[in-house]
Design a protein. Structure first.
Length: 129
């Protein structure tokens, strides 16, 4: 990604991403894994992000993961515009195209898995410039 975000942009991003995780029904411990935060990160750190008390760190991989989370949520919103419960259901249940559970794939394979999930939801992710 290599994009420099301001502190206020990273603060807002932290709030949005943690809200998405909560809407997906993802526990704090798994949110830490999905964001690629250090293993010893305490769940209270997520509370600071959630309440806008601290910005996300300016780390390329973490910000790239956040971008993927936003893209996945946007794609889910487009796929299921009338049912706000479907994104949670879709992420927690086996998907034939992915040959697995989307959330598990993202947790086990990190950014690569997030890319797989996003591409499955949004065919434009495969377009070349």
């Amino acid at each position: 990604m290599a994009v420099e975000l301001s502190e206020s942009e990273r603060t807002q991003l932290g709030q949005v991403v943690t809200d998405i995780f909560n809407s997906w029904g993802v526990k704090d411990e798994l949110q830490i894994v999905l964001l690629g935060l250090p293993e010893k990160t305490k769940p209270r750190q997520l509370t600071r992000f959630r309440h806008g008390q601290q910005p996300l760190p300016q780390e390329d991989e973490l910000l790239d993961r956040a971008k993927h989370i936003l893209g996945i949520q946007q794609s889910l919103d487009i796929m299921f515009p009338l049912n706000k419960n479907m994104p949670n259901f879709w992420l927690h249940n086996r998907n034939r195209s992915l040959k697995g559970i989307p959330l598990t794939i993202m947790l086990e394979t990190g950014l690569i898995g997030m890319g797989r999930v996003w591409r499955t939801l949004d065919c434009t992710q495969n377009w070349e410039d």
